[in-house]
Every structure is written in C-alpha cells, then in structure tokens.
Write a protein that binds this ligand. Structure first.
Ligand code: RIB
Length: 299
C-alpha cells in the first residue's frame, strides 16, 4: 500500500469575478464572467495531490448546507477519503470572494465559517491516522492551535509535516521548529523572516534564517521564477516552465499538493520540487482553484 498523505485544512466555495483590474478601496468596477468553483487551500491541495496520483485522506469541517455537501461529493469523485470530514451544525461552509484581473492576479477575501471551528478536540479520535500518515500537509485557514496540535503529535511520532504558511501570518518558533518542510511564497517568507525579498540574495537569507529555526527544508516559491530550496545546508534553484497566466488562484496549493504526492512516492527533493513547479505552472493556465489542478498525464 502507498503511504497516505493526510491533508488537514479548509474547504471553501469560491465566488470568482473576472475584471480588467483589481478594485482599489472605495471603487466599484463592472467585471466580466462569474464562476462558482470549489476552493479552499486545504481542499485545493488535497485535490491536486489526488489528481497527481497521491493516496489522500482529507480532514476538514464544512457547514450543514448545500456548499458543504457539494464539496464533499466533489472530493469523493476525486477518489479522496472523506471519512474524517466533519459537519458543523452551527457555522456555515467557508466561502471566498475572489477577483481575478487581466494578468491573472487575484485578491481574495475568505469568510471562514466552519473552517474556523476545526479544533484539536475534533482530531483526538484520529490520532492513529495522524501517527500512521506518510506525510501531513497543512495550511493556515484553520485555527493555529489545530495546526500546532497536529504538528506536535506528528513530530513526536516521526511523521513529516509540510506547512504551507498561507494566508501569511507570523508563527511561533516552537511550531516552526517541528516543521519538516515549510513552503512560503515571497510575501509569506518576508512576514515569517522579517527579510524583504528583493533578489536572489535576500531570498537565500530569508530561507537560511527560517531553516535556523529548526526546519529541515525551506522552499520559497517565486511564482514564474520557480522556487528556491534550502536543505542540508545547500541552496537549489528550480525553474518553472514558461506559461501564459490566466488565473494564478491556487497555484501555491497545486504546488503543495504536487510536492506532497511526489515526496510520498519517493522522489528526491529536487525531483519533487521540479514536479511541483510544473504542476503549478499548468494550473495558472486555467481559471479556478480546484478546476485548474492538473492530472498526472498532463505534467
Ligand atoms: O489559495 C486559493 C484559495 O484561497 C481559494 O480557493 C480560496 O478559497 C482561498 O482559500
């Protein structure tokens, strides 16, 4: 049996409007096409990993509503194990309002709903599933205490955690020290390290500073410029294939899902990051979050 990837995180329904440019405060703009699409950083990463061949168990909390039911149905169709997706009888399912401009850039506001109610107490009954995972993949759209609880349990049992620190926020050193692989983008790396990333040298400094907190591997994703990997005291730059971006939403999620799949199947770190860069590049050529996650044959 393949080692399974345990993804613990958010599930949202994305309401997306295309517009020529992103609005500034106080501005109303007339946009174009509207798209309703399955999203949420956790769910996007779970779907990306599954489409690329990973054995995925997804742990999340959705509301007792049509969005939650549709999301779970979608995960089942992707072959994801949904046994541990909980239904919150109080809070609604997560929703994200997204605007995408002509360059594929976006701005996102999330109403977390049930995602914010996924607490450590919900996970106590899946301790064994956490301890037996091949890899654990998390993000920051669920409560930080839940991320801390899972990370501690995983670290005590020798299970590696990939943390995608998105959306960006500062994190305690105690948590960072137990993370095996941290995957910030430039903004997130800046917030976590306090180093403004303006060029290769500043990116290297930020990666080193984060690794010094006890993280085995730091991967700073650099959008079209690929990724910088710092592991075993060595830097490695991985290029991304050149594509025309239509929508960058969930590119980071696809990167993380792909990285987890590649590592779980035994690829080296260098191979896994190149695989993840290719998957993320493909995703930006399509609109939507989960809708843009590529399948293995496309890589
Ligand atoms: O990373 C993209 C995702 O962020 C969207 O799908 C949205 O739901 C938010 O969680």
């Amino acid at each position: 049996m393949k080692p399974y990837i345990l993804v613990i995180g958010s599930s949202n329904t994305d309401m997306v409007v295309k517009a020529a440019h992103l609005p500034v405060p106080g501005e109303t703009i007339l946009g174009g096409t509207f798209l309703m699409n399955a999203g949420g950083k956790g769910a996007n990463q779970a779907v990306a990993a599954a489409r690329l061949g990973g054995e995925v168990i997804f742990v999340a909390k959705v509301g007792d509503d049509i969005f939650g039911k549709q999301a779970v149905e979608g995960f089942k169709q992707e072959g994801i194990d949904t046994t541990y997706i909980l239904t919150d009888l109080v809070n609604p399912s997560g929703v994200a309002l997204i605007t995408v401009d002509d360059h594929g850039e976006n701005c996102i506001v999330v109403a977390s709903g049930a995602n914010a109610a996924l607490m450590p107490s919900d996970l106590r009954k899946i301790e064994q599933t956490i301890k037996n995972a091949g890899l654990i993949l998390m993000q920051l759209e669920i409560p930080i205490e839940t991320v801390e609880y899972v990370t501690s349990l995983a670290a005590e049992n020798g299970v590696k955690v990939i943390l995608n620190p998105a959306p960006a926020c500062q994190l305690p050193d105690e948590l960072l020290g137990k993370i095996a692989i941290l995957t910030p983008n430039e903004t997130e790396a800046e917030i976590l390290s306090g180093i403004k990333i303006t060029d290769n040298e500043s990116a290297k400094k930020a990666a080193l500073l984060l690794a010094d907190k006890g993280i085995e591997t730091v991967i700073i994703t650099l959008g079209a410029n690929g990724a910088l990997v710092f592991s075993n005291d060595e830097y490695l730059w991985v290029k991304s294939p050149v594509v025309t971006a239509v929508d960058t939403t969930a590119a980071g999620d696809v990167f993380n899902g792909a990285l987890a799949t590649a590592l779980a199947e035994g690829q080296t770190m260098t191979e896994a990051v190149a695989f993840a860069c290719s998957a993320a590049a493909l995703s930006v050529t399509k609109m939507g979050a989960q809708a843009s996650a590529p399948f293995r044959r496309q890589i």
